[in-house]
Write a protein that binds this ligand. Structure first.
Ligand code: OKS
Ligand code: ZN
Length: 341
């Protein structure tokens, strides 16, 4: 298992997250990647490399190029406007409003945001690029004939849509990696999202495409972020009809229920004919995660890896969520152990 990790994740070190009516220190913080890196090394995954110097060519195939341009300039525009704090969207295009992009930076950031929790800060763009490069380097590792890679992506990516950031995500690392695998010649690819939260960005990117199957297991959006997407009746459109599958689950969901959904998703990925799986791995399904409500145990993460490996496909693991508790590291390492078992 090759691990791809960049120190540049530390450039994303926001001080504010709008959470339950207060500006708090973000859950998605640099210590997460440090703890995960330490735990996977400790578990024997010592083949750790830095990402290759990829540009934005692949990202431009899954994101709106104007959105990527926005990510590159938003911080300097915010500073030039004279604002002192971190850049936070507070006004959004919603029902019955124009989708024209405002020139005003407050309007522009609202246009490109799907939530106000995620502050944009100095260094966030550079960190997001490094995170994307980890995923791309992992995709290249699979293309070179290897069965597994772990892209230790930070910031995460699965809430980043075609032209939207939020939920701690800016560039959809898993989506970019899936595109890279397609460009390398894989006719069909699957993105399997096991993070506690629905992969709304990934779904958005591939919803009308028949070449990339997307499946997400998550807290029911009636109760959980991202609230507005992730229901079981969202099955894809046009060429993508039948290539999206959602498994919303209730509070307190344990392994027995969760793993039945996993088995169904894996069966459909096989039936679809995917040649590789990009695994959006969040360990916020853990029973003591501070912002989620499933009941997976540390041992369940080993089983998760084993079941996914049993599908017999190459797997690129991309890091998504998992917060607060020291178990995030061991839980990630357990998935990797299960994959290689
Ligand atoms: C509100 C918290 C919003 C939850 C964001 C979820 C991020 C995540 N302050 N996505 O997978 O873990
Ligand atoms: Zn999550």
């Amino acid at each position: 298992m090759r691990v791809i990790y960049s120190e540049d994740h530390k450039l994303r070190d926001a001080k504010t997250e709008l959470h339950d009516g207060q500006l708090v220190t973000p859950f998605e913080a640099p210590f997460r990647a440090e703890w995960i890196l330490a735990a996977v090394k400790e578990a024997g995954f010592t083949d750790v490399v830095a990402p290759d110097a990829h540009g934005l060519e692949t990202a431009r195939k899954v994101h709106d190029p104007a959105y990527l341009d926005f990510l590159g300039v938003v911080w300097e525009r915010w500073v030039a406007a004279g604002y002192k704090g971190e850049a936070i969207a507070n006004s959004f295009p919603v029902r019955r409003t124009s989708q024209r992009v405002p020139d005003n930076i407050v309007g522009m950031i609202g246009h490109y945001a799907n939530a106000a929790d995620t502050s944009f800060t100095k260094g966030s763009y550079e960190a997001a690029l490094a995170s994307m490069r980890c995923a791309l380097t992992g995709a290249d590792w699979l293309h070179a004939g290897h069965r597994f890679a772990f892209a230790l992506c930070r910031p995460p990516g699965h809430h980043a849509g075609i032209d939207l950031f939020g939920g701690y995500c800016f560039i959809n690392n898993a989506g970019v990696a899936a595109q890279r695998l397609r460009d390398h010649g894989a006719a069909k690819v699957a993105v399997l999202d096991v993070d506690f939260h629905h992969g709304n960005g990934t779904q958005d990117i591939f919803y009308r495409r028949g070449d990339v199957f997307t499946a997400s297991l998550h807290g029911d959006p009636i109760h959980a972020f991202p609230y507005f997407l992730g229901h079981a009746d969202e099955k894809g459109e046009g060429n993508g009809l039948g290539a999206n599958r959602n498994y919303p689950m209730p509070r307190g969901t344990p392994w027995e229920v969760w793993s039945a959904a996993l088995d169904d998703a894996l069966a459909r990925i096989k039936l679809f004919g995917a040649e590789a799986i990009v695994l959006s791995l969040g360990v916020d399904t853990f029973e003591r995660d501070p912002i989620s409500f499933f009941k997976l145990t540390s041992q369940d993460f080993v089983r998760m890896g084993e079941r996914i490996a049993a599908a017999g496909l190459p797997v690129l693991v991309c890091m998504e969520g998992g917060y607060g508790v020291p178990e995030i590291g061991p839980n990630v390492a357990n998935v990797l152990k299960g994959l290689e078992a």
